[in-house]
Design a protein around this ligand. Structure first.
Ligand SMILES: Cc1cc2nc3c(=O)[nH]c(=O)nc-3n(C[C@H](O)[C@H](O)[C@H](O)COP(=O)(O)OP(=O)(O)OC[C@H]3O[C@@H](n4cnc5c(N)ncnc54)[C@H](O)[C@@H]3O)c2cc1C
Length: 464
């Protein structure tokens, strides 16, 4: 094993006063209680996971280093090709991910690729995936993981017909080596937050509307910012019924070959550039009843349920990005010299690195705790989404402070990590909307406080 380089103002690991040496020299009975092996934090955390998740995390890390690392710069710096065309290398990446069980893991085997023991942790398994993949390349992570978002409303609908007609063909194609991707389309030019939050939705006039004509639903309108919407073959599109509000939202399955579908344009994005954001246009797109998921007017509930499942995984992306920023800062501090000393030899830098490790560990603990539930709660999902993503951006800024001018250079990965982390604070509901979602979910609890408060002030008033 390599002997660690001594760091200034710290006793070396082999010094008689170092904690490692001191503990290792105790009697065996005491050592059994207080001594611990020298493991890095990743390994330590992984060993604390339930066994099926620990092996999943190891698998994900191997996959990310083997298959995502080589494409980081290529996908980040090249433009998207014309509509409907794959970026060079992306199709192959999707197939490798499918082969490794990363595109069908929302479903237990034999339908999907999640072993039954892991299927007990549907959200936790997804947060581990987003963390591991985002820690290497958040753009490629989104290109792979937006697909699960497209599958989620069908999976959560309990609609066996939708499972048979739409989910099964996707999983079958992916198992066979065909890159059949899904996308999730709720955002409209006039509604991002209003598609994710009840109060805004109650005031919003729906932009994508389904009209009943000749026994079919005809969709008109536009959806924007749809991740992977240019290459997806199955798209969950949410639309209101003609003349009704957002409470009539219905989830329709749309395929790009249907007449009336147009991929209008792709955005020129700041971060997560490996994944496209597409504007989709529906011009009298006729959809049969068999393409309705979970029944008419069930779309709002399915959308909110999907967001409850997907917000902790977004927090997982933030953990991965905070970890990447911390690792970049550590590498830089250990190699960059200021005069005769490396940066890491300054105690101020050690304090900063410790803070970054602590912040990253804190958000990971929070995310893992919330993600452990089989059924996610809105308050828990939203609070870990906004807190983890805000904290991760702060960690990235600390890393950039440490790298100084170098942090702005493209060849330093922190510049990309910073662009990527910014998006985690916007999608799946802005962080403001997620804060409001916590309060929405706590209304009964807050109501009890209000009631007690009224009684209390009533009592005080009476005593006076
Ligand atoms: C990279 C990327 C990928 C995306 N992928 C998808 C996807 O796959 N599918 C999809 O459907 N959508 C997707 N989106 C859309 C995303 O979810 C929305 O951009 C997001 O919800 C914000 O909506 P908006 O941009 O319309 O902002 P707006 O809703 O217009 O909000 C503007 C500002 O007003 C604030 N605000 C709004 N309402 C309130 C309120 N009541 N109280 C306080 N503040 C408020 C917001 O917090 C924000 O600061 C993606 C977006 C991005 C950037």
């Amino acid at each position: 094993m390599a002997i660690p380089m001594p760091i200034a103002d710290q006793v070396p690991a082999r010094h008689r006063l170092s904690v490692r040496r001191a503990l290792s020299e105790l009697d065996w009975s005491s050592r059994a209680l207080v001594d611990y092996p020298a493991r890095d934090l990743w390994e330590h955390d992984t060993r604390r996971l339930p066994r099926p998740l620990a092996s999943w995390r190891r698998h994900l890390r191997r996959f990310a280093h083997e298959h995502l690392a080589p494409g980081i710069d290529r996908f980040d710096r090249t433009e998207h090709p014309a509509a409907g065309q794959w970026r060079p290398g992306m199709r192959e990446l999707v197939l490798r991910a499918a082969d490794a069980g990363l595109m069908t893991d929302f479903f237990p085997s034999p339908l999907g690729s999640a072993p039954l023991a892991r299927a007990r942790y549907p959200v936790w398994a997804q947060t581990l995936k987003t963390e591991e993949l985002a820690s290497v390349c958040a753009g490629q992570m989104l290109a792979l993981c937006a697909h699960q978002l497209g599958l989620a409303p069908m999976a959560l609908s309990g609609d066996l017909r939708a499972m048979r007609n739409f989910v099964y063909p996707v999983l079958r194609d992916l198992h066979r080596g065909e890159p059949h991707l899904c996308a999730y389309a709720i955002t409209e030019p006039g509604a991002g937050s209003d598609a994710e939050e009840g109060h805004g939705a109650s005031l919003y006039r729906p932009g994508v509307v389904a009209r009943r004509r000749h026994g079919r639903w005809h969709l008109n309108g536009r959806k924007v910012f749809i991740s992977g919407g240019d290459v997806a073959r199955t798209i969950a599109v949410f639309a209101a019924l003609e003349g009704e509000g957002m409470d009539s939202w219905t989830c329709f399955i749309v395929h790009p070959h249907m007449p009336g579908f147009r991929m209008a344009r792709l955005e020129h994005k700041m971060g997560m550039r490996a994944c496209s954001a597409a504007e989709l246009e529906f011009d009298d797109l006729a959809v049969p009843d068999s393409h309705v998921v979970g029944g008419l007017r069930r779309g709002w509930a399915l959308n909110r349920a999907t967001l409850n499942f997907s917000r902790a995984p977004v927090a997982g992306m933030a953990v991965g990005l905070a970890r990447a920023a911390t690792e970049i800062a550590m590498d830089f501090a250990c190699t960059r010299r200021l005069g005769a000393h490396r940066l890491v030899d300054f105690q101020e830098v050690q304090l900063q690195l410790a803070q970054m490790v602590a912040e990253t560990t804190a958000i990971r603990s929070m995310v893992w705790q919330q993600a452990a539930d089989f059924t996610p709660r809105q308050a828990g999902a939203s609070l870990c989404k906004f807190h983890a993503t805000d904290t991760a951006q702060h960690v990235c800024e600390m890393a950039m402070d440490l790298l100084g001018g170098e942090s702005l250079l493209h060849q330093q990965r922190i510049e990309k990590v910073f662009r990527d982390v910014r998006l985690t604070r916007i999608f799946e509901g802005t962080n403001q909307i997620n804060r409001l979602a916590v309060i929405e979910d706590m209304q009964e609890e807050l109501g009890r406080h209000a009631f007690q408060g009224e009684n209390h002030s009533g009592g005080t008033h009476h005593a006076r």
